[in-house]
Design a protein around this ligand. Structure first.
Ligand SMILES: *[C@@H]1O[C@H](CO)[C@@H](O)[C@H](O)[C@H]1NC(C)=O
Ligand SMILES: *[C@@H]1O[C@H](CO)[C@@H](O)[C@H](O)[C@H]1NC(C)=O
Ligand SMILES: *[C@@H]1O[C@H](CO)[C@@H](O)[C@H](O)[C@H]1NC(C)=O
Ligand SMILES: *[C@@H]1O[C@H](CO)[C@@H](O)[C@H](O)[C@H]1NC(C)=O
Ligand SMILES: *[C@@H]1O[C@H](CO)[C@@H](O)[C@H](O)[C@H]1NC(C)=O
Ligand SMILES: *[C@@H]1O[C@H](CO)[C@@H](O)[C@H](O)[C@H]1NC(C)=O
Length: 286
C-alpha cells in the first residue's frame, strides 16, 4: 500500500501552516510601534556635543533607537564618551553631515602614556579612519636599559624605572625587546631629530584626538525623517528602520503612505511600503 509511506513525509497541514507563516510574516518590531516612535524622539546632548541623532543613541535609550556600537554616554562632568571594542574614547566632536567623529583615548586624557595597555582598534564594520592625515605611534613599555642615549629613542616619564623604560616610536610596531607595545593614532604629530617623535607637547597633540568616519548609510534615515518618521534600528534585520507617528507602525524606509493603494487595512499593511530599494546596503563601503 502506498499510504504506508506517507507518515515519513512532513504532514501537509504543517507545510500549509508554515507556508502561511512565511508569506504573511508579521513585521518585526511591530509589537508597539507607537512606543518606538515616542522613545526614539530625543536627540543626544551632553556638554558641547548637542543634538546628535541616529545612527547614534544615548546610553539608556532603547536599543532599537540606534545603531549597535554607536552608543554615546554622558558623564557627570558633561563629557561624552563612546566605547569602541571595549575601550573608552572621549568624543570631541561629531559632524552628522560629513559622518565624522573626533575621538581621543580616554585613558590618555590625563597622561601622555596610555594607562590601558590595549591597542587602539576600531570596529571596522561601522568605523574607519576618516583621513590619511594621521599617523600611528607606538608606546613600548618594560624595555631593557639602553646603555647610551639613542637620538631616535624618546624616554618617557611613564616608565617606572630604568629597567622598565617606556618609549614612543613612529608607526604601528610590535614590542620587540620590550614587554608590551600599544598603538595609538594621532594627527598633527611633530617629527623630531632623525625621524623620531617630537615629544614636546605630545600629550596635548594626543588629546586633540583623531577622526573616524561612521559607515552607516545615511540615506534610509534621511528618507525616514523626510516622511515625518523617526529612525531606528531593526535588531532582527540588522538595518535602519523607520518609526511612524500616525498611523503608528514600523515602516521599512519611510512613512509615506502610497495614496494609490486604497487598502482597507491601511494601518496594518507596512509590507506594502517596502520599496524596490529596500535592499540598499547599510554600508556605503567608502
Ligand atoms: C551639565 O549640563 C547640564 C545641562 O546643561 C547642567 O545643568 C549641569 O550643571 C552640567 N554639569 C556640569 C558638571 O557641568
Ligand atoms: C560639518 O562639516 C561641514 C563640511 O566640512 C561643515 O560645513 C559644517 O559646518 C560642519 N558641521 C558642524 C556641525 O560642525
Ligand atoms: C595604523 O595602524 C593600524 C593597525 O594598528 C593600520 O591598520 C593603519 O593602516 C595604520 N595607519 C597608518 C596611517 O599607518
Ligand atoms: C599592538 O599591535 C602590535 C602590532 O601592530 C602588536 O605587536 C602588539 O602586541 C599589540 N599590543 C597589544 C597590547 O595587544
Ligand atoms: C618639537 O616641538 C616643539 C613644540 O611644537 C618645537 O618648539 C620644537 O622646535 C620641536 N623640536 C624639533 C626637534 O622639531
Ligand atoms: C485609514 O487611515 C485614515 C487616516 O489614518 C483613517 O481616517 C481611516 O479611517 C483609515 N481607514 C480604514 C479603513 O482603516
Amino acid at each position: 500500500m502506498d499510504s504506508q509511506f506517507l507518515p515519513s513525509f512532513p504532514s501537509f497541514p504543517l507545510l500549509f501552516i508554515l507556508h502561511i507563516l512565511i508569506l504573511h510574516q508579521v513585521p518585526s518590531c511591530s509589537s508597539n510601534p507607537d512606543e518606538h516612535y515616542k522613545n526614539c524622539g530625543t536627540a543626544f546632548s551632553c556638554g558641547t556635543i548637542t543634538g546628535i541623532q541616529y545612527p547614534f543613541r544615548g546610553y539608556g535609550t532603547p536599543q532599537y533607537c540606534g545603531y549597535p556600537g554607536l552608543v554615546l554616554e554622558c558623564n557627570k562632568y558633561n563629557i561624552t564618551t563612546i566605547k569602541i571594542m571595549s575601550m573608552a574614547y572621549r568624543v570631541l566632536g561629531i559632524n552628522q553631515t560629513t559622518q565624522v567623529m573626533k575621538i581621543a583615548r580616554e585613558d590618555m586624557m590625563e597622561s601622555v602614556c596610555p594607562q590601558q595597555l590595549v591597542n587602539t582598534t576600531l570596529d571596522y564594520t561601522i568605523l574607519d579612519y576618516a583621513s590619511t592625515n594621521y599617523m600611528n605611534l607606538t608606546f613600548v613599555f618594560g624595555c631593557p636599559p639602553v646603555p647610551f642615549d639613542l637620538p631616535g629613542l624618546n624616554l618617557l616619564s611613564c616608565g617606572d624605572s630604568a629597567n622598565n623604560a617606556a618609549y614612543v616610536l613612529p608607526g604601528a610596531e610590535g614590542p620587540g625587546y620590550c614587554k608590551v607595545s600599544v598603538v595609538v593614532p594621532a594627527s598633527g604629530i611633530q617629527m623630531g631629530f632623525g625621524g623620531s617623535v617630537n615629544v614636546t607637547g605630545l600629550g596635548a597633540v594626543l588629546r586633540e584626538g583623531f577622526e573616524v568616519k561612521w559607515k552607516v548609510d545615511g540615506k534610509a534615515c534621511r528618507d525616514c525623517i523626510g516622511s515625518n518618521g523617526r529612525c531606528g534600528y531593526d535588531i532582527t534585520k540588522h538595518r535602519t528602520t523607520c518609526y511612524c507617528p500616525d498611523p503608528a507602525y514600523t515602516g521599512s524606509e519611510s512613512c509615506k503612505v502610497d495614496t494609490g493603494a486604497s487598502s482597507t487595512l491601511n494601518s496594518s499593511a507596512p509590507t506594502s511600503f517596502v520599496g524596490p530599494s529596500s535592499g540598499t546596503p547599510l554600508f556605503s563601503g567608502k
